[in-house]
Design a protein. Sequence first.
Length: 115
Amino acid sequence: MGYHEWMKSEELQRLTASEPLTLEQEHGMQHSWREDGDKCTFIVLDAEKWQAHPGTTEESCMVGDVNLFLTDLDDPTLGEIEVMIAEPSCRGKGLGTEAVLMMLSYGGDAQTDNG
């Protein structure tokens, strides 16, 4: 299931304080995720599924996303992390915890590289 399908879920809309978007609006938002310097987004994949089924696509292993937002451009050490495990069958497996820890590491490394 893709991101657009996930966000049709009323439960996910409630949990993420989101409103349904048209596909065009979503593409615009995804473009800003890629281009804006104050945020970073990674898609969370189910590594077990990826490894168990050689040749499977990344899209079929998507389970959610993790985001890093810089909240003060004058101080790049301040930020906010959000994580969403959208696939219900993948919740409770520690994927969100792992994604947050990896994003903390990535953000810390980026800060060290830039500072």
